[in-house]
Structures are given as structure tokens and as C-alpha cells.
Design a protein around this ligand. Structure first.
Ligand code: ADP
Ligand code: MG
Length: 666
């Protein structure tokens, strides 16, 4: 039986059940199935050798160590117990042998091994009949102990196959039991190298099962949510209708299509779970605003959550401009909202805000719709918390993202959401010309800013402040601001960063929006959603320090008005290869989908799409990018199983996800 202490260590590794141990597959293997004569040991490769023990002693030079002389081989241990010294001395007395695994190196006395793994054996003792698995473990849980536990679990567990035989045959997959047994104890004939890249059929079977479990669980979670009750919203009420009549512009066809999809969902007695994706500036906000009116027309509330205060304030401004004329009250809730005002803000039929919306004290009486902008920026917990705000029926959910997911990946990454895509820009949008300048040409850039401002245009100057919580990072922005104020004397220069108080931020934005401020020095706080059409020039300083998606979003802040817009990427002297690639991509491409695709290639889905959205946290073995063929097979098999053999589908998920399942439901 496992002691509590061991159980704790296992818990640390995420191993709770016996089956978790079975699925704790080796990181790599060592081959102790054959002995190599000491003199034939290849350089730099660990091997198993065996020799009679001659003598053992503790030596002090150059430092304290246990030195064991065996025939033709010296073993050295720098950390050792007294009992080891005695063990080797006894072995020498009794004529026993040491079997050691490690790298043989030439030393002062001939061949040597430093702190090898070893065993004392009699001559002729049989060799292991499988490769030695090496598991990832944690401090205080020795490899040998973990190995014993895993192999015990492997023997104890019934490893029945959760895949119907016909499916397994059709996909040409190996059996489950044979695959995991093989991976824990590969036969001696296998070259360990063959298993490292995880393309062996045994690995493929395990990965397929894992992906299948993920797909099934995402789909089941979707169905479960879908089966819950949500208020049926009135989608032809007076507010919505009169707003559609007075729209400030004609919706694009793509917006119409997305809106129709949303409206269709809102009319259902089940919660909408829709992701509205579209490139920066494609016009997602107005679709959300119309959806909010459906809630208000139905006598319910709508909450709009944005990741930053600035963005929430932009939404407030837009919503107010559009909806206040209809007499719809709009509240704004953020970290700095005074206590006294909170209740009043929350009483409005539409409440816009930051994650302050999900705090305990924020209570909604009748939440009908939740809109989450830039949803991948929120943690799973925050989105869950907002959903829980609704008492009784589950609210409809509209998520928005400007990091478009390439269509080919939608199926796999978003198995648990419905997706609407706005793939068309509002008319009159100008493509932004992108130019690259070395730091050394800063003077030219300044001249360009002066010209633009003289023509009545406005400019952003974005500083490479990646983490505003870091003093040093923020300092860059403050210094840049001081320097630019001098360099651009005569122009009205403002400063915006995330650590300004809410009121100050609002003031700075207001002044820039009105055109009072001509040049806005800022951090990436403007990356998301900020909308000032008259700004037609953007300088991004040290552009090489920004990510692709970030650059694309930043650039999306301009090109919104009637003027030609230019984005200038300033870069430092020594560009890394990766940085140069990023700048090339952003220079050559203005299409968000293609940029997202390339970003995916450069960085992998987990980072690009956010952990939860990528589905990667449920995966230990499979890789969504590299195992694309298995992903596709799993997507299809999941649909089939749920349809034709739901019991098998559930059994499969139960086996695989166990305690990890909650991730699928967020
Ligand atoms: P995003 O999808 O990036 O959130 P927004 O919703 O902020 O984009 O829209 C960007 C700008 O385009 C806003 O100023 C918005 O009012 C405007 N806009 C949206 N749709 C249209 C349209 N169909 N025609 C003209 N302008 C539009
Ligand atoms: Mg937006």
C-alpha cells in the first residue's frame, strides 16, 4: 500500500488513480538488457557493464568520495552513504560482482564510471527482459520507487479496450493493453531511439485515445450546456427594431450573417455558446450591441466584459453613442468604480466592465446575455464566474476574438463552441502601409510625424512595454514620453499607460479622441479595441520585441478613417532570426487569418489561442500540430461514437480524463 507521503508525491505529478499511473508513460528508456564489455563501451553513450568487485574505500582527494575498484573498472560516488561502502566491501569479500549502468570514461586508473546506477549480483544473474523506463518524477520520489508503483498498477489494472473493435480495425490502431504494456516495458529488440519521437504504433494508439477523449468530452460538455435552459429572447422587440432602422452605417454582409446566426441562437430556449471571430476592425462590437438590445427588449440584463479598462471604456463610449438615444441605460463597472456608484451601475440594463463584473459584490438580477470581448485574454475561472452570476436560467453567451482561428482548425480547436466569422471589412477601410525603419533613422520618423500633424492627422507612438507591472519596463514609456516631448516640441503629446488611474486614462483618451492631443505615447494598453479614426500614423518602437498577434492588433488601430495610414516598425540593431521573421510576416501581410496561421506555425496553438481554447491542457501526449492526422481521425470518431455508441464514448472519457475533466466544461 502507498503511504500518505508517497500519495502526496504522486499527487504532485497529477497521479491520483491507479489508472493515472498506467498512463504515466516513460519519458525515455535505458537499455540494460545486454552487457557491454568495459573495453568496448562506446564514448558518450550509457551502457550496462559488469565486473567482479575487488575493493572499496573512501578517499579524500581531490574531494571526499567512495572509490570502488572492480576488475577493469573504477566506480566513483561523490554522494554516498556509509552503508554503500560496507555493501561494496562485503561484495569484494564474497567475490560478488557489480552491474553498473552509465557512461564509461577514461580515468586515472583506466576505465571509470561516475555515480552509476548499480546492483550487486552473482555471476550469471539474468538480465532484465525489457528496456528500463525512465519516468518524470518529483523530488523525494526515487525513480526506482515510482517505477515499481507504475509496473504494479500496470499488472493490477484491467486494460480492456474502450474502442469498438470495428473502429480500431478501420483506423489500423494497435490494441490498448498491448500498447501501454509495450511502452512501459519495451522488449530488448527495440532501439530506445525508436520510441523517443513518439511515432511508434503504440504511441499512436495512446495519443489517439487521448485526443478522442478530449474531443468526446468537449462535445459532451457542449451538449450538456446546450441542454440547459436559457431565456428565450425577443429578437424583434421595439428597441432592437428601432436601432436597426437608425444604424449609423450599413452592416457588411459578413456582419449580417453573423448577426443572423446570433439572433437565431438567442431565440432558442437553450444557452447560446457562440464565438464571434473577426479581424481587428471588422465590426464585432455592433453585432454585440444589437444582441444586447434583444436582452433589454426581453426585460433582461446584458453584461459586456472586456479585458482592460480602456477597452471597456471604449465600449461604453460606443454603446452610449448608439443606444443612449434610444433611452437605454448603460452602466460601467471597473476596479476603480466608487462603492456608492456600483449599485447604480449594476442597475442599468446593460452593464459594461472589466473583470470587476465577476466580483462577488457584483450582482445581476436577471442576466440574459453575457458578452466577453477578447475572450482568450480571460482565464477560465473568470468566464465561469461571470456565467454563474445568472440566477436561475443560464444566460446566453457571446464571445468575441480578434485572433482568428484558421478555418481548417476550427473543428478541432473549437469543438465545443459555435463559430461565426466576420470575414469582411467595413467599406472604406484603408489597408495600412507598413514600413520598417532602423533605429538609426529615427530623425526621419520624427519628421514624418511633424508633417502628418501639420496636416491635421494624429499619431500613436507605441513603446515596448511588455509587462507594465515591471517598474523598469514602464520606465521606458515614461522616458520615451519625456524625450519625445522635447523632440516634438510645439506638438501636443500625451501619455497613456495601464498604471494611470481610471480617471486619468479616460481623460487622456478623451483628449486624443477629440484631437486635442496630437501624438499619443502609449503602451500596449491600446492594443485592444481602441478606436480613434483620425489617427493615421503609428510608430512601434522596438517592434522586434512584440509578438505577431500583438503587432497585428496594434496596427489595426489605424486605417480606420478617411486618410491613408502608415505603420512604422522601428527596430534595433541586432535582430534575432525569429524577430526578423516576425517583422517580415507583419510587413508582407495584412490579413489577420494568414497572420494567425503563421503565428500558429511559429509559436504553437497553446500560446496563440490561449490554453483553454486550444484544448492543449487536456493533452499530455498528443500534439495538436504535429499529430494533425490523429486529430482529424479523433474528431470524426468522437462524432460517430457519441451518435452510435454513447456508452462506449462515456466509458472512454471516464478512463482518460478522470479528474482532469473539469477543464472541458469551462
Ligand atoms: P472590432 O471587430 O475590432 O471590435 P469594431 O467593432 O470596434 O471592430 O469596429 C471598428 C470600427 O468600425 C468602429 O468604429 C465601428 O463603429 C466601425 N464599423 C463597424 N461596422 C461598420 C460598418 N458596417 N460600416 C462602417 N463602419 C463600421
Ligand atoms: Mg473590438
Amino acid at each position: 500500500m502507498k503511504s500518505d507521503a508517497v500519495a502526496k508525491k504522486l499527487e504532485k505529478l497529477g497521479l491520483r488513480s491507479r489508472f493515472d499511473l498506467v498512463l504515466h508513460l516513460p519519458l525515455r528508456y535505458e537499455d540494460e538488457t545486454a552487457l557491454t564489455p568495459v573495453h568496448a563501451a562506446p564514448a558518450g553513450k550509457p551502457v550496462s557493464v559488469e565486473a567482479p568487485v575487488l575493493k572499496a574505500q573512501v578517499m579524500y582527494r581531490p574531494k571526499r568520495q567512495l572509490v570502488v575498484h572492480a576488475e577493469g573498472l573504477v566506480l566513483r560516488f561523490f554522494n554516498f552513504y556509509g552503508s554503500q561502502l560496507r555493501q561494496f566491501q562485503r561484495a569484494a569479500d564474497e567475490g560478488l560482482r557489480v552491474r553498473a549502468f552509465g557512461e564509461v570514461r577514461p580515468g586515472f586508473f583506466g576505465a571509470e564510471m561516475a555515480h552509476p546506477r548499480y546492483r550487486i549480483v552473482r555471476e550469471g544473474e539474468p538480465l532484465p527482459d525489457a528496456l528500463t523506463p525512465i519516468y518524470s518524477t518529483t523530488k523525494g520520489l526515487p525513480q526506482s520507487e515510482l517505477r515499481a508503483l507504475v509496473l504494479q498498477a500496470l499488472d493490477a489494472e484491467t486494460l480492456d479496450d474502450t474502442l469498438p473493435e470495428s473502429l480500431r480495425q478501420r483506423l489500423g490502431l494497435a490494441g490498448f493493453a498491448e500498447s501501454v504494456r509495450f511502452l512501459h516495458r519495451p522488449p530488448p529488440a527495440i532501439n530506445p531511439e525508436e520510441l523517443v519521437d513518439r511515432t511508434h504504433s503504440a504511441w499512436r494508439r495512446v495519443k489517439f485515445d487521448e485526443l478522442l477523449a478530449q474531443q468526446i468530452s468537449m462535445r459532451l460538455a457542449y451538449r450538456a450546456r446546450r441542454a440547459r435552459k436559457a431565456p428565450v429572447l425577443k429578437v424583434d422587440g421595439p428597441l432592437l427594431r428601432s436601432f436597426l432602422q437608425k444604424l449609423p452605417f450599413k452592416l457588411t454582409r459578413a456582419q449580417m450573417r453573423a448577426l443572423n446566426e446570433v439572433v437565431r441562437d438567442l431565440r432558442e430556449p437553450h444557452p447560446m455558446q457562440r464565438l464571434l471571430q473577426g479581424d481587428v476592425g471588422s465590426g464585432k462590437t455592433i453585432v454585440a450591441a444589437i444582441a444586447c438590445l434583444a436582452a433589454v427588449d426581453s426585460g433582461l440584463e446584458a453584461a459586456v466584459m472586456a479585458p482592460t479598462e480602456i477597452l471597456s471604456e471604449q465600449h461604453l463610449r460606443k454603446f452610449t453613442g448608439w443606444l443612449a438615444p434610444l433611452g437605454v441605460g448603460i452602466g460601467w463597472l471597473h476596479g476603480g468604480t466608487p462603492k456608492k456608484q456600483r449599485a447604480e451601475m449594476l442597475a442599468a440594463p446593460i452593464v459594461i466592465g472589466t473583470h470587476a463584473l465577476v466580483q462577488k459584490s457584483a450582482e445581476f438580477a436577471r442576466l440574459g446575455l453575457i458578452v466577453v470581448d477578447e475572450q482568450h485574454r480571460f482565464g477560465v475561472e473568470q468566464r465561469l464566474a461571470l456565467r454563474k452570476k445568472a440566477q436561475g436560467a443560464v444566460p446566453h453567451q457571446l464571445m468575441m476574438s480578434a485572433t482568428p482561428i484558421p478555418r481548417t482548425l476550427e473543428m478541432t480547436y473549437l469543438a465545443d463552441l459555435d463559430v461565426s466569422t466576420i470575414d469582411e471589412m467595413p467599406p472604406g477601410r484603408r489597408t495600412v502601409a507598413t514600413r520598417r525603419f532602423s533605429d538609426r533613422k529615427r530623425a526621419e520618423v520624427l519628421k514624418r510625424i511633424r508633417q502628418s500633424c501639420a496636416d491635421g492627422e494624429q499619431a500613436y507612438w507605441v513603446c515596448p512595454v511588455i509587462e507594465e507591472s515591471k517598474e523598469g519596463d514602464l520606465q521606458t514609456a515614461l522616458e520615451t514620453f519625456e524625450v519625445l516631448k522635447k523632440e516634438l516640441s510645439g506638438l501636443r503629446v500625451g501619455l497613456l499607460h495601464g498604471r494611470l488611474a481610471a480617471g486619468e486614462k479616460a481623460e487622456v483618451m478623451e483628449s486624443f479622441a477629440k484631437g486635442t492631443t496630437q501624438v499619443l505615447v502609449c503602451t500596449t494598453v491600446i492594443e485592444v479595441g481602441v478606436d480613434v479614426p483620425n489617427a493615421s500614423l503609428m510608430v512601434i518602437e522596438s517592434a522586434e520585441r512584440f509578438g505577431l498577434a500583438q503587432l497585428h492588433q496594434l496596427r489595426g488601430r489605424i486605417g480606420r478613417g478617411a486618410r491613408e495610414s502608415t505603420c512604422i516598425l522601428l527596430f534595433g540593431a541586432d535582430l534575432s532570426e525569429a524577430a526578423r521573421k516576425r517583422l517580415d510576416i507583419i510587413f508582407e501581410d495584412t490579413d489577420g487569418f494568414r497572420i494567425a496561421r503563421k503565428d500558429l506555425e511559429l509559436r504553437g496553438p497553446g500560446e496563440v489561442l490561449g490554453q483553454r481554447q486550444s484544448g492543449q491542457p487536456m493533452l499530455r501526449f498528443a500534439d495538436l500540430e504535429r499529430d494533425q492526422d490523429l486529430v482529424e481521425a479523433a474528431v470524426q470518431a468522437a462524432a460517430e461514437l457519441i451518435e452510435h455508441d454513447p456508452q462506449a464514448a462515456r466509458a472512454h472519457v471516464a478512463r482518460w480524463l478522470g479528474s482532469r475533466r473539469e477543464l472541458a466544461h469551462a
